[in-house]
Ligand binder design. Structure first.
Ligand SMILES: CC/C=C\C/C=C\C/C=C\C/C=C\C=C\C(=O)SCCNC(=O)CCNC(=O)[C@H](O)C(C)(C)COP(=O)(O)OP(=O)(O)OC[C@H]1O[C@@H](n2cnc3c(N)ncnc32)[C@H](O)[C@@H]1OP(=O)(O)O
Ligand SMILES: NC(=O)C1=CN([C@@H]2O[C@H](COP(=O)(O)OP(=O)(O)OC[C@H]3O[C@@H](n4cnc5c(N)ncnc54)[C@H](OP(=O)(O)O)[C@@H]3O)[C@@H](O)[C@H]2O)C=CC1
Length: 332
């Protein structure tokens, strides 16, 4: 009996390893494939804004230790900003902060903060004020997500995403907004949401609901707090390969090709491309942009939305045949 249990456990572990091996390989280098026509849309990953665009500015980036947050921190730091990154895992934050500081020569500070907890945010802002003063640029980027059929979702599963994404963004924005208003200091607020904040999406229902809430929060505050010198903008990215996102949204790697097939530019986005857009929206060059929602997805959203877009698959011969059929139709 015991031997049978051990054998079945060993088999289970073996099967698990086999299943997970491609996963580890995929995330080791975060490589992805692309369609041949993506050659027309080669990413420009160099820094877009002039050097020094953020000199004497302080930027606060939640979730700045990994993925897109790290890319945005790198670009802002390269452009002269003193950056403060905040999230739950201090060791990762500190490593990122040290690496970027070394790379750019500008100090990046790491502060531990769970954005679900308003008191932790208040304490984090106290620490930031002591280190750098209040920020000029705030990027609400921290998020949590996982694919899950809604009938399998527990109340706590729902709550954990809403707490990080919607409440976390609201608590951070309100804490910083109130302090900036008290100090009569203007600032640029940017939220990173997603294309499905607009459409909704099955299988990521808590994330879709929370991100839609963030869009509404930022559009509302753009209207209300302009009078205090605050701008609020939103970037809705499509798929950009990061370990955080793809390990939770495409754990087996099965859907990546289908995703690329439906993106008109034939490839995924690059963190550096998003970082350039975020830097522009947060800069003085964008001082007349507020309340904007920028979809940044290589055309994926419209490609999925159009009734007839699947006709891309029709060949020239099939078109000839169909045109003949249509033209030969008489009457209605
Ligand atoms: C067809 C499309 C295919 C592929 C798409 C591929 C690519 C992407 C394309 C577009 C992306 C668009 C938007 C992306 C949005 C993003 O936000 S991506 C960023 C994702 N990054 C993260 O999530 C990082 C942070 N995440 C985490 O820390 C965890 O994952 C967390 C679960 C969110 C939170 O961790 P925490 O430790 O606080 O929570 P837990 O205690 O572990 O869990 C809380 C409850 O949730 C339940 N849970 C957790 N995981 C699952 C799961 N996989 N399925 C179901 N339920 C889950 C957990 O059980 C707890 O509930 P309880 O058991 O009832 O207590
Ligand atoms: N990559 C993509 O394809 C897309 C990403 N996005 C959005 O881009 C943003 C960045 O995602 P991406 O870089 O891909 O993924 P990551 O998982 O790398 O980034 C999420 C970050 O949020 C932080 N975080 C999570 N929970 C909390 C919390 N409770 N308090 C503070 N920080 C927290 C994590 O740090 P820690 O674990 O240390 O707390 C992590 O650094 C997210 O808003 C995501 O929704 C939108 C569309 C597409």
């Amino acid at each position: 009996m015991a031997a049978a249990t051990i054998r079945s456990q060993t088999e289970f572990v073996r099967a698990g390893r086999k299943l997970l091996q491609p996963w580890f390989h995929r995330f080791a280098g975060l490589q992805s494939c692309s369609a041949p026509h993506s050659q027309f849309f080669a990413p420009s990953e160099g820094i877009m804004l002039p050097a020094g665009s953020f000199n004497n500015r302080v930027a606060f980036i939640t979730g700045g230790g990994t993925g897109l947050g790290r890319a945005m921190t790198t670009v802002l730091s390269q452009l002269g900003a003193q950056c403060v990154i905040a999230s739950r895992k201090l060791d990762i934050l500190q490593q990122t902060a040290n690496e970027i500081s070394r790379q750019t020569g500008n100090k990046v500070h790491a502060i531990q903060c769970d954005v679900r907890d308003p008191q932790a945010i208040s304490h984090c802002v106290d620490q930031m004020v002591a280190l750098t003063g209040l920020p000029d640029v705030i990027i609400n980027n921290a998020a949590g997500n996982f694919i899950c059929p809604s009938e399998r979702l527990s109340p706590n599963g729902w709550k954990s995403i809403i707490d990080i994404v919607l409440n976390g963004t609201a608590f951070t924005t309100l804490e910083l907004g109130k302090r900036l208003i008290q100090n009569q200091k203007g600032a640029s607020f940017l939220a990173i949401t997603t294309i499905y904040a607009e459409s909704g999406s099955g299988f990521v229902v808590p994330s879709a609901s929370a991100k839609a809430g963030v869009d509404a929060l930022y559009k509302s505050l753009a209207a209300e707090w302009g009078r205090y010198g605050h701008r609020f903008n939103i970037i809705q990215p499509g798929p950009i390969k990061t370990k955080g996102a793809f390990s939770r949204l495409d754990p087996t790697g099965t859907f990546e090709k289908a995703m690329i097939d439906r993106i008109p530019t034939g490839r995924l986005g690059k963190p550096a491309e998003l970082a350039n857009l975020a830097a522009y929206l947060s800069s003085d060059y964008a001082s007349w942009i507020s309340g904007a929602v920028i979809r940044f997805d290589g055309g994926e959203f419209v490609s999925m939305a159009g009734e007839f877009n699947e006709l891309r698959r029709v060949t020239q011969d099939q078109w000839k045949m169909m045109e003949t059929m249509i033209r030969s139709t008489k009457g209605s």
